[in-house]
Design a protein around this ligand. Sequence first.
Ligand SMILES: *Cc1c(COP(=O)(O)O)cnc(C)c1O
Length: 423
Amino acid sequence: MTLPGAPFLAYRGQDLFMDDLSLNDLAREHGTPLYVYSRRAMLAALAPYQKALQGRPHLVCFAVKSNSNLAVLQTFARAGCGFDIVSGGELERVLAAGGDAGKVVFSGVGKSRREMKQGLEAGVRCFNVESTAELEVLSEVATQIGRTARVSLRVNPDVDAGTHPYISTGLKGNKFGVAHEVAVATYQRAAQLPGIEVVGIDCHIGSQITEIAPYLDALDRVLDLVEAIEATGVTLHHLDLGGGLGITYTDETPPAADVLIAQLLAKIDARGHGHREIVFEPGRSLVGNAGVLLTEVMFLKPGEQKNFCVVDAAMNDLMRPALYEAFMGIVNTRRREGATEVWDVVGPVCESGDWLGRDRQLSVQPGDVLAVLSAGAYGMTMASNYNTRGRAAEVMVDGSQAWVIREREVPADLFKHEHLLPN
Ligand SMILES: *Cc1c(COP(=O)(O)O)cnc(C)c1O
């Protein structure tokens, strides 16, 4: 069986390895729950993006919200990436990791004045603006501090990316972007506003997209708009096609990034837009299958209707199953010979929604370490402290080396900003 994450994640004999390290050994050494990432897997996921865009002006902006650990950001910064950020906090992370503000695109439907000022002062490459109201405020803030905000409007191409409703963003009924019909007028307004310089256009139609067709549809709609906008005398330099490429969690077969990009570039060239700089904002497809969450089996609770395998990781560590009913593979880091049984893998948090996997065929015993697969994206970044549980530690591996890139939180960390009332 090939695991999502192969070849960087594979069994050698009975033991599951990431790169050249046994995950069972890493769990024993660092404790559980533990996120483990492979730097090699991240760079291997980036390579097809860079290869497909070689020879033309381009920028791959890693979507920070998918995995914002400083060492992860540092890895992508060193590989030449820019960053797609959605908050001032993410901007601080990028700068702390050695990223270049000049390669940052600032996305998000609700940027505050403070965040706008922060982005302007740092010199971000572009604000991806999502409404006329935001445009007016950005113009005001930029003028006040004597700066110019480079902007691109996020247009909503109204295409169905065919994903879960919570992660589909390019349809009319959701909060993201400027509607197709008003985009031309909004660009004309942007071109007149003081402190604003129009530099591009962008769209982002959703997440975990496993087909090429929605991207091609969106691209056609965006290019129609580019032509309509430029006909009014506003020039656009770059074309930002967002992120959203899916990964294999179970049996999905998303296109390879280079195949997707080749088809997009073919359309861009055929329609005479080949001179434009191309920007992508991938998150999940760069890190999702480069990480696992390790968790120890605490108790087995066989029952009449269900067998529960209680592990020490919970919905606060990895929220995707509880939030989206997402399927994530679960395997034992040390294969057992015995017969398998069907288990619901659940955490210790006091919610029925606290499960990591349902009806999983596993051979397990208390003390075993399980790996939840494809956990490199939207895992740690969505973690919370619910039930006063400290967030997990994180380790980065590369070959036979391993580094702790985030220490485990202890309870004192969690209430250090709280205060008792006076008498
Ligand atoms: C979340 C997000 C991304 C990254 O999406 P993935 O599905 O992780 O590739 C890119 N751009 C914007 C604007 C986003 O909100």
